[in-house]
Structure formats: structure tokens, C-alpha cells
Design a protein around this ligand. Structure first.
Ligand code: CA
Length: 227
């Protein structure tokens, strides 16, 4: 369940937002001033913070700035004044989005959902540290490549080539694309170096008994690993 902190000094509005969020299945807490909001934001874990700009004791921009010094919690700024300065200042201090009062609650809910989805997607992309293809596993952080239990010893280029192919399963990569991704700026390298390295890689990863290589040649075009 997502936990949302609402920092808003207009008590009726805070209560209204809270009830709507709870109705949508969120767990909520409300702080009615900037100082309490900041303390809750820092001492507890939240999936997102709805932060009013004009607050007693500590304004929203200041709360945002101080939260950002220690945490990456997503923040949506709520601003009463539709002035560009306020919005820019909120975003400058690390807010992820903003909404202008008066707003339709549906809009707030939609922005919150979008924000949480964005965070979730980037987290799951971060977590994808291993790639698999048949019995080949690439552990990206340690740069270890295994087939079954066996570690395959690859050179830097071979590793980069394998990684590129495995990140693009079922997509045919031309020699030029591979050259660009794996060799980068060394443009004086000829495209046939790709063929040479594919051969090296096949020698190391292919199952000697198999007729077909893990890396398929697409005649006249390039290479692909297909599922
Ligand atoms: Ca206010």
C-alpha cells in the first residue's frame, strides 16, 4: 500500500484530500504546518508527499529543499498562486511535479498515479541487473558471464558485444550499430572487426554440439540473438 504524506495548512482541504486518497486505497497522514511536515517527511518513509507551498513556520519550497538534502521521496507541490516563479522555484528545489489550486481532485489523483508509476518503472529498470538468454546469464554489476554453472571468460569487447546483443534480443543489429555501441568513438575501426569479434564470442559461448550459433547472422545486415 502506498503511503502519502499531505502537508497542507487549510484543514478542510487537507481532510478532503486525505479522504479521497484513502478512498483510492492510499495510506495517509496530514501535517498542518511546514515544520511538522518536514519532520514527518524525514523521519518516516513515504511513497510521495503532497506539499502545499504557502505554509506556516516553514514554506513549501524550504521544506522541499530540506527534504531533498536527505531523501529522494517524490514530491508534488501544491501552489495557490499560478505564478511561473513559484512553480520554477518549487521544481528547482527538487519537487517532481506541481498542481495549482483550485484543482479537481481527479487531476491530483492522476498526477499522483503518474508520478508513482514513473518511480516504479525507473526502480524496476535499475533492478534489472541480470540478463538471460537460454543458458547464458550476464550479471551486469559484476560483469560476470555464465553458461549454466560455468563462468565464461570474455575480453572487454566480447563482453560489450554480448551485452549489446542480449539487451536487444530479437532485434537485428547492423555491423555499424554494433560498431558504434561497442567500439564507440574509435571510428577508424573497420566494420569487419565486428565479424571477427562475433566469431570469438561464438567460440566461447556456443555449445560445441549445436549446429546453430546463439548469435545468428542476418546475411548482408548484421547479427541477432533470437528467442
Ligand atoms: Ca497554504
Amino acid at each position: 500500500m502506498n503511503r502519502i504524506l499531505i502537508v497542507e495548512d487549510e484543514k478542510n482541504l487537507a481532510r478532503f484530500i486525505e479522504l479521497e486518497l484513502q478512498h483510492e486505497g492510499y495510506e495517509t497522514a496530514v501535517a498542518n504546518d511546514g515544520r511538522t511536515g518536514l519532520e514527518l517527511a524525514i523521519t518516516e518513509e513515504w511513497d510521495a508527499i503532497l506539499l502545499d507551498l504557502m505554509l506556516p513556520q516553514l514554506n513549501g519550497v524550504e521544506v522541499c529543499r530540506r527534504v531533498r538534502q536527505v531523501k529522494e521521496t517524490p514530491i508534488i507541490m501544491i501552489t495557490a498562486r499560478d505564478s511561473v516563479i513559484d512553480r520554477v522555484s518549487g521544481l528547482d528545489h527538487g519537487a517532481d511535479d506541481y498542481i495549482v489550486k483550485p484543482f479537481a481532485i481527479e487531476e491530483l489523483l492522476a498526477r499522483l498515479r503518474a508520478l508513482l508509476r514513473r518511480i516504479e518503472t525507473s526502480e524496476s529498470e535499475m533492478k534489472q541487473t541480470t540478463l538471460e538468454y537460454r543458458d547464458i546469464v550476464v550479471e551486469k554489476e559484476s560483469r560476470i558471464v555464465k553458461r549454466g554453472e560455468d563462468i565464461i571468460d570474455l575480453t572487454k569487447r566480447e563482453y560489450e558485444l554480448l551485452l549489446t546483443l542480449m539487451e536487444n534480443i530479437n532485434i537485428v543489429l547492423t555491423r555499424e550499430v554494433l560498431l558504434n555501441k561497442v567500439w564507440g568513438y574509435e571510428t577508424e575501426v573497420e566494420t569487419n572487426v565486428v565479424d571477427v569479434y562475433v566469431r570469438y564470442l561464438r567460440n566461447k559461448i556456443d555449445n560445441k554440439g549445436d549446429d546453430e550459433s546463439y548469435i545468428q547472422t542476418v546475411r548482408g545486415t548484421g547479427y541477432v540473438m533470437r528467442t
